[in-house]
Design a protein around this ligand. Structure first.
Ligand SMILES: [Zn+2]
Length: 232
């Protein structure tokens, strides 16, 4: 088998548990990640032609178009180094709109990439509960849940022991409701389309369960069977 990446697209609301599973999968298997937000920041910081374009759009107070988001993804996919064996390309929060999915679909078909969509389902009430309890270290940026693992707002970071645990400014209820409304109008119709079109490559995962239970279910799935385990 030629060494290659299997593309896994993680779909779902904020705090549906996608990020945790990506982290756990990377501890177990060879892989690379992509998230639109990180890619935007990275291109702006490096001052690439794409980063300059993004900066202009943001400075003009406009939304980053589906074409630009697709360019960011294509750039990341084309800079993947050839893996040692079979490996994972873990994609978080992309595609997010029907337009992005259409662009992605042509790209995947053109490249003949092996891929899957993993859709994490959670109720809005759980999203609110999870996000309003979320704390982040202002030093090392490690995430914590208030009331767990000695984490409390304003307390010292249990990981780096230097930073202070703070609530992210976009984790207040008004901001969360806004993100959920955006998700309902832009992303949910796309997910319905993917479910209908991709069928055997679309999997729904109940994101309300604990991370450990979800992880065990994920790695029992067929696509993980022939993957290279990380050599630590
Ligand atoms: Zn810290």
């Amino acid at each position: 088998m030629t060494p290659s990446y299997r593309y896994l697209f993680f779909l779902g609301k904020p705090a549906s548990g996608k990020g945790t599973q990506i982290r756990l999968l990377l501890e177990r298997f060879e892989g690379r990640t992509f998230s639109t937000g990180d890619a935007l920041k990275d291109h702006i910081a490096r001052g690439t032609p794409l980063g300059k374009k993004v900066k202009e759009v943001i400075n003009a107070g406009k939304l980053v178009s589906d074409d630009i988001v697709m360019d960011l993804f294509r750039d990341a996919a084309e800079h993947l180094q050839t893996p040692v064996g079979q490996a994972l390309f873990l994609v978080d929060g992309f595609p997010r709109t029907i337009g992005q999915y259409e662009l992605l679909k042509s790209y995947l078909a053109e490249k003949g990439v092996s891929h899957l969509f993993l859709y994490f389902t959670v109720e809005d009430t759980l999203v609110l509960r999870r996000l309003s309890g979320r704390l982040v270290c202002n030093g090392c940026f490690a995430p914590f849940t208030a009331g767990r693992d000695n984490a409390e707002e304003g307390g010292t970071c249990p990981q780096c022991r230097k930073g202070v645990l703070v609530r992210r400014s976009d984790d207040n209820e008004t901001a969360i409701q806004k993100r959920l409304a955006e998700y309902r109008s832009l992303t949910e119709p796309m997910i319905e389309r993917i479910a209908a079109e991709e069928q055997e490559r679309f999997f729904e995962i109940d994101g309300a369960r604990t991370a450990g239970v979800i992880f065990e279910e994920l790695i029992q799935m067929k696509p993980f069977a022939d993957l290279q385990k990380r050599r630590n």
